[in-house]
Design a protein around this ligand. Sequence first.
Ligand code: PDD
Length: 286
Amino acid sequence: MTRTVYVNGEYLPETEAKVSIFDRGFLMADAVYEVTSVLDGKLIDFEGHAVRLERSLNELDMQSPCTKDELLAIHRQLVEANGIVEGLVYLQVTRGSDGDRDFVFPSEDTKPTLVLFTQNKPGLADSPAAQKGAKIISIDDVRWGRRDIKTTQLLYPSMGKMMAKAAGADDAWMIEDGHVTEGTSNNAYFVKGNKIVTRPLSKDILHGITRAAVLRLAEEAQMEVEERLFTIDEAKEADEAFTTSASAFVMPVVSIDGVALGDGTPGNVAKRLREIYLDEARKKAI
Ligand code: PDD
């Protein structure tokens, strides 16, 4: 099926959508993005994603292409046009193109590029991958120092997923100065006793929208949460582990570097948090 996509004010068939070869998103990864999930044809955590997008744009002195209400309308229009019941909406804003390649930012009157498209993912909430749990490996974190900005510099996370695949695993957690930062496209947690441990927010990790919701829900459910640095060895000795992201919600982790966690199946805390998160996400979806 040919998707309807959005490019700079127009809804077009994906085969007709065009962006300049001089676009700074293409030449320099001078671009930020958001991924919002869709359940029951409605947007999950839209507000959080819109606020984080604004923050990413501000941090990079990039112009906002439109208002939050306009963005919401575009998301909804694409979900409807493509008949998405469960899936994702991908949004990207670049600094645009001034018709040449130059390291210096173009003048203020260069319009940002705004692109959105949907990804149809039937069974996203009831995913077999979540029932099985993910096997992860650990790799060095060699990304830049502003991981709190959601830029499209995704080459290393892509390489990380390929390293995981080559090792027969599903994903990778990254390590810097002896401590786990996050997963290639998710935030990382382990559970020991009745405590959930995850790295605190800083410039070292993306401030996950799913993370914020899951930590709030965990506390509401009287689970103990500790935000601190942790090592991969601590995670390997944990009872269970999991990741959070808009694209996979709460994903149980069943092994790290080949070491099985607990009995090697998804843990109860991860399963419960996934359930609670999905339940609330559906209720609050817009
Ligand atoms: N990735 N950390 C990184 C490095 C990420 O790329 C993501 C999301 C997260 C989780 O953030 P959130 O809960 O807001 O999705 C953490 C998206 C899903 C992606 O790149 O497809």
